[in-house]
Design a binder for this molecule. Structure first.
Ligand code: CMP
Length: 144
C-alpha cells in the first residue's frame, strides 16, 4: 500500500557530509520526498521522539546526541516505504548491518548510526505528526 515514513539524518550524518548520499539512496530507489527540513532539535522534541526508550540506560545520551547539531527531518512516500526504508538503512548496530545499507556502508557506532527510520506504519504516523505540521508536507505524484 502507499505509505509514508519518517526519516531523520542524525547530527553525525550531517557533520560527515552524508546528507546528499543518504537522500540519493531513497530518491534513486524511486520513493517520493514529501517533507524536508534542516532543524536543531529541541530537548522536548527529542524526548517525545524517543519516548519508548525513556527507561533505557542510553536514553540521556540519545537525547544529548540528537540535540547536538542540525538534523535533516524527512517524510518519504511510496509503496511499502516503511519496511523498505528500514532495509535501505540497515540494522541498528552498524557493526552488524550489511554492506550496501547506509549504516553498513558508513557507520561503526550504535549511538552514531547516521539515520533514524520509523519501525512501523503506526510509528511513522506518530513521528510524522510530531516532527511536521500538515502545511509542511507537500502532496505530489511523480509522473514517470
Ligand atoms: P534509532 O533508530 O534512532 O532508534 C533508537 C536509537 O537508540 C537507535 O537508533 C540507536 O541510535 C540508539 N541505541 C540503540 N541501542 C543503543 C545502545 N545500546 N547504546 C546507545 N544507543 C543505542
Amino acid at each position: 500500500a502507499l505509505e509514508r515514513t519518517f526519516l531523520a539524518i542524525k547530527p553525525d550524518g550531517v557533520q560527515r557530509g552524508l546528507v546528499g548520499e543518504i537522500i540519493r539512496r531513497f530518491e534513486t530507489k524511486g520513493f517520493t520526498l514529501v517533507g524536508l527540513k534542516l532543524i536543531n532539535v529541541s530537548k522536548e522534541l527529542a524526548e517525545q521522539h524517543y519516548d519508548v526508550h525513556r527507561e533505557r540506560p542510553f536514553f540521556a545520551g540519545l537525547v544529548e546526541f540528537i540535540t547536538s547539531g542540525p538534523v535533516v527531518a524527512m517524510v518519504w512516500q511510496g509503496e511499502g516505504v516503511v519496511a523498505s526504508a528500514r532495509k535501505i538503512i540497515g540494522a541498528t548496530n552498524p557493526l552488524t548491518s550489511e554492506p550496501g545499507t547506509i549504516r553498513g556502508d558508513f557507520g561503526i557506532n550504535i549511538g552514531r548510526n547516521l539515520i533514524h527510520g520509523s519501525d512501523a506504519i503506526e510509528t511513522a504516523q506518530r513521528e510524522i505528526k510530531l516532527w511536521f505540521k500538515d502545511e509542511e508536507l507537500v502532496s505530489w505524484t511523480p509522473h514517470l
